[in-house]
Design a protein around this ligand. Structure first.
Ligand code: KDG
Ligand code: MG
Length: 403
């Protein structure tokens, strides 16, 4: 039985901050887990180093479920992004270790491949509709079967999802939160014309997605969903802030546009009602923020009973370790829907050498044992932590809005 001998947190910032947990065992095998929480990285690093690591030493590395329960129930203070990212990192590293010892890529331990690859969506954005569609056309030419469209809003200086760089988007942009101006009215007028132009330019064979990023009320979201129906979007994401799960009943009453939500959820309890009442179509929880492979499988199984498919979050603030784990999960489960894929910078890929690869609009985790991803500690050491925050949004009268 392999015992945990050491666990260390590595913080590195090759263009953006990442927190990684590395667990070592008596078998000489190590595993890695992503613990990155954008804008709150050091809180998770401390939770792990100061509170979790001392509880791990000497434990059976194979006892993944028991360790998960030990960290969840044993803390008394349950759930929340910091706790669940820390548990996720431990869980992911332990699955990596188990799969390495078994001599198999992780997806084989999760039941084997249910599909040949994992359909991903890329991000096309631009200051104008024209620019967004230029970029979307590049994605289509590169084989993407699904593309997210975000465009600048006339009258607003900056909006979520529109980057300065054409293909790399990094929202954590200040050493204190930067402020942007928000107008729901201006935004609502801008989305349907984008989708209308997109269908003209890109045709109907490509899936189109859109992220509202928690900006609307339920009835506004119902309106937007209805406006988009003629263009058959794959999904409308995070239409409203989702603490109040019953809000989605109102959206559902008004539109047949498929709904996706959940990148900020941390546990099955955050989406229980949404899934149970079939108020959503895609659940976006992912490995690092929702308790690791173990807990995500529980969410996916529950979702499968209710016709809900997965659409894991995959922005750049989720490290390649999270992406690798998500791909093994995506490949294995029956109710996979789609996987978000924002490419990391070259420096990030050098810090985290990985076996996953992109081909014909799909990602595959590769056939390397374990997760097929590691951290190059010498490379990581070149990039010290840099404080960075996500922006905030204020309405035109100065009051705070959801970002
Ligand atoms: O850290 C926040 C980002 O991950 C988030 O803003 C990205 O909404 C996002 C998405 O759908 O990728
Ligand atoms: Mg999102």
């Amino acid at each position: 039985m392999p015992k945990i001998t050491a666990a260390r947190v590595i913080v590195t910032s090759p263009g953006r901050n990442f927190v990684t947990l590395k667990i070592e065992t008596t078998d000489g095998v190590h595993g890695v887990g992503d613990a990155t929480l954008n804008g709150r990285e050091l809180a998770v690093a401390s939770y792990l180093t100061d509170h979790v690591v001392p509880m791990l030493i000497g434990r059976d590395a194979h006892a993944i479920e028991d360790i998960w329960q030990y960290l969840y129930k044993g803390a008394y203070w349950r759930r929340g992004p910091v706790t669940m990212a820390a548990i996720a990192a431990v869980d992911t590293a332990l699955w990596d270790i188990k799969a390495k010892i078994a001599g198999l890529p992780l997806y084989q331990l999760l039941g084997g491949a249910s599909r040949t690859g994992v359909m991903v969506y890329g991000h096309a954005n631009g200051a104008t509709i024209e620019e967004t569609l230029e970029n979307a056309a590049v994605y289509a030419e590169n084989g993407y079967k699904a593309i997210r469209l975000q465009s600048g809003v006339p009258g607003l200086k900056s909006v979520y999802g529109v980057s300065k760089d054409r293909f790399v988007y990094e929202p954590a942009d200040g050493d204190l939160p930067t402020e942007s101006l928000w107008s729901t009215e201006k935004y609502l007028r801008s989305v349907a014309p984008l989708f209308e132009a997109a269908r003209d330019r890109l045709g109907w064979d490509v899936h189109l997605l859109h992220d509202v990023h928690h900006r609307l009320t339920p009835i506004e979201a119902g309106r937007l969903g209805k406006d988009l129906e003629p263009y058959r979007p794959f999904w409308m994401e995070d239409a409203v802030p989702a603490e109040n799960q019953a809000s989605f009943r109102i959206i559902r009453q008004h539109t047949t546009t498929p709904l996706a939500v959940g990148e900020v959820f941390n546990s099955i309890w955050d989406c229980k009602q949404l899934i149970e009442e079939q108020l959503i179509d895609y659940i976006r929880t992912t490995i690092v923020h929702a308790g690791g492979v173990t807990h995500l499988r529980k969410i996916a199984s529950f979702a499968d009973l209710h016709h809900v498919r997965t659409g894991c979050h995959g922005a750049t603030d989720l490290s390649p370790v999270c992406m690798a784990a998500a791909l093994h999960f995506d490949l294995s489960i029956p109710n996979f829907g789609i996987q978000e894929y924002m490419r990391h910078t070259e420096a990030t890929d050098e810090v985290f050498p990985h076996a996953y690869s992109f081909h014909d609009g799909m990602l595959h985790p590769g056939e390397v044992v374990g997760l097929g991803v590691d951290i190059d500690e010498a490379e990581a050491a070149k990039y010290p932590y840099k404080r960075a925050y996500l922006p905030i949004a204020r309405r035109e009268d100065g009051s705070m809005h959801d970002w």
